[in-house]
Every structure is written in C-alpha cells, then in structure tokens.
Design a protein around this ligand. Structure first.
Ligand SMILES: CC(C)(COP(=O)(O)OP(=O)(O)OC[C@H]1O[C@@H](n2cnc3c(N)ncnc32)[C@H](O)[C@@H]1OP(=O)(O)O)[C@@H](O)C(=O)NCCC(=O)NCCS
Length: 173
C-alpha cells in the first residue's frame, strides 16, 4: 500500500469542538489541555488530516518542547500522545508519516534530539524501525483522567524512554 499523503498543522481554537467529536475525552478535556499548553508556548498540539480529505482528522500528537518532566529522562523535546484514529485507519502508514513530519518540525526549531516514552511493545516496534533508540532509561509516566462523575484517577505507568538524533551536531565528523 502506498504511504498516505498527510498534512500536519497546529491546533486552533476552532478545532476543539470537532476534535472532541472525533476522539472524545469527556471530563478529562485532553484536547483543551494540550491546546492550553500550546498557548502557553511549552508545546505544539499537531493535528493530522489526509491531503485528499482535509476536513477529517486522522491523527494527533503533541510535541512538548519543554520535554518529559521526569528527572530520570534527558532534556529534549518529547512526542506525547501520538494517536491515529479511528482505529480502522491504523497500520496503514499514517503514524509513520506523522513521525516524519513531527521530526521535521523539531528540526526546523533547531533541535537535535526528539524523545518519547513507550509503555507497549507494538508502538515500540514502529519507533525502533523509525530510528528511535531504546535508551534503557525506565521512568514512570504519570497522568490524570477524570470520569463521568468528575472523580480524578491518577495513573502511574512504567515507561521506557526512546530517543532519536535528528541531525549530527555542527562540527562533528
Ligand atoms: C501507535 C500508532 C500511533 C501507530 O500509528 P499507525 O498509523 O498504526 O502506524 P503505521 O501504520 O505507520 O505503522 C504501524 C504498522 O503498520 C504497518 N505499516 C506501515 N506503513 C504501512 C503502509 N503504507 N501500508 C500498510 N501497512 C503499513 C507497519 O509495518 C506497522 O506494523 P507493525 O505492527 O509491525 O509495527 C497507532 O497504532 C495508534 O494510535 N495506536 C493507539 C495509541 C498508541 O498506542 N499510541 C502510542 C503511544 S506511545
């Protein structure tokens, strides 16, 4: 199957309602939280569409320019929450195409490294194939979600840090 032709752009305020219809996050308001970090300048919330159908989202991912907050993890921007949705669109190369474009965005801002945390073997295979190295660094990925009764659930998932060098430092052989 040919690689899909996708477009990647930053989230805008007008996307929040359609985003919630596309991939509902309920009381957690995850799209809003990602957009708030973008407005604060610490991240960019990227949305993917197919070039042939730019009105429908097919994926999303945040680059947190301030990196992963865990002190065990080296400082570099982090890809957070990469997802391709709906599920039937997965395994067609959209995630791979998104990674290429996310790396390009990080390069354009002058970054030499890009990292991400993995908690499952499936996505890990994809990242290894795309040149992300298993750093051997384990940490705890912490996040909170809020259920329909507005009760907060604090999650702590064991994660492995993976990182990719985006370019050779100037002056290196
Ligand atoms: C992880 C995720 C983002 C990957 O996106 P994706 O679009 O499915 O990724 P790709 O299609 O590029 O690659 C996945 C598989 O499709 C295959 N593939 C890649 N390009 C392809 C193409 N053009 N045609 C057919 N298959 C293709 C790959 O070989 C890969 O197979 P694998 O199971 O051996 O790894 C997506 O599966 C997802 O949203 N999962 C749920 C959320 C999640 O786990 N996110 C990761 C957080 S770390």
């Amino acid at each position: 199957m040919p690689a899909p032709d996708i477009l990647l752009r930053p989230c805008a305020a007008g996307d929040l309602e359609p985003l919630e219809c596309w991939a509902a996050t309920g009381n957690s308001r995850t799209h809003e939280q990602r957009f708030a970090r973008q407005l604060a300048g610490t991240s960019t919330y990227f949305l993917a569409t197919l070039r042939e159908g730019p009105d429908a989202f097919v994926g999303s991912a945040e680059i947190r320019w301030d990196g992963c907050l865990d002190e065990a993890v080296p400082r570099c921007p982090e890809i957070n929450g990469l997802q391709v949705w709906p599920e039937e669109l997965q395994s067609r190369g959209i995630g791979t195409a998104m990674l290429d474009l996310l790396e390009q965005k990080a390069r354009e801002r002058g970054h030499q490294m890009l990292g991400l945390g993995v908690t499952e073997d499936g996505p890990k295979r994809l990242y290894l194939r795309r040149g992300y190295e298993d750093t051997g660094i384990d940490y705890v990925d912490r996040y909170t979600w809020i259920d329909e009764h507005l009760i907060e659930h604090h999650v702590a998932d064991p994660a492995r840090w993976m990182a990719k060098r985006l370019r050779t430092p100037a002056g290196a052989p």
